[in-house]
Design a protein around this ligand. Structure first.
Ligand code: GLY
Length: 243
């Protein structure tokens, strides 16, 4: 038997905060693309691409999520003597100005982490250290680059079901100042880099606007190749409608 309590449709986004057990400070907002195919079609994956910040979460929505979801969770856990330290990730569905929690993760989120890290000016170590020591309330707000960052996940054809492994990846030695390639499902083999997972690389680029970040991320992604490479062609596009 299945009991359906409520169907929540709307726009999904990610809100991640860092907590030291007493207070929680927000990371930059972001939006994932969970389905395997363009236009959010096909089965869910771990995430095929993300961008930060997202206009889907405006300042007033960010405040609501921070106060009504994150702070309440952190305060309640402290009260129950199970203080939570670390990254708290709320996957939220937004509908008619209201926020609904779909899931909590206790980590930064992949691939949201990649564009968020590309935009962080402050030193992550200092914040993680303050989190461990319970000193987050003494830290200044995190400083973020004004630019937008986009991460395109390069996967192996067949993911999220079965996919080939051990294919040689080419084009990794190219470097430019706007982009960074995060490795996920790869391994080294005698000087070569081979695929070793479904989601293989997170190609992340920064740009003055969402549009230019998209363009930079795709131009870097196109320079990388392997036999079964697959990626979505519309990462970030749904964010353009909210600008
Ligand atoms: N991108 C979703 C997650 O990390 O769970």
């Amino acid at each position: 038997k299945i009991i359906l309590e409520e169907r929540i449709d709307g726009i999904e986004a990610s809100y991640i905060a860092l907590s030291d057990g007493s207070v929680a400070i927000p990371m930059a907002t972001s939006q994932d693309h969970k389905r395997i195919y363009d236009d959010d079609k096909g089965p869910n994956t771990g995430g095929m691409g993300a961008y930060s910040p997202t206009a889907v979460i405006d300042d007033s929505m960010a405040e609501k999520i921070q106060n009504d979801i994150i702070n309440k969770t952190v305060n309640s856990m402290k009260k129950e003597n199970i203080p939570f330290k670390g990254f708290l990730y709320a996957g939220v569905m937004l509908k008619d100005g209201k926020q609904y929690v779909l899931e909590f993760n206790v980590r930064m989120g992949d691939p949201e982490c990649q564009p968020i890290m590309m935009r962080m000016n402050s030193d992550l170590y200092e914040y993680v250290n303050a989190c461990v020591d319970g000193n987050l309330s003494k830290m200044p707000s995190i400083s973020w680059k004004k630019e937008t960052a986009v991460c395109v996940v390069l996967a192996s054809k067949g993911y999220p079901d079965s996919y080939p492994k051990n294919e040689e990846i080419f084009g990794l030695d190219f470097k430019d100042k706007n982009s960074f390639v995060f490795h996920a499902g790869t391994k080294r083999d005698d000087g070569r880099v081979l695929t070793n997972g479904g989601r293989v690389l997170g190609v992340t680029a920064i740009g003055d606007t969402l549009e230019s970040a998209i363009s930079n991320a795709y131009s870097r992604s196109e320079k990388i190749s392997w036999q079964s490479k697959y990626y979505r062609k519309d990462i970030g596009k749904k964010g353009l409608a909210y600008l």
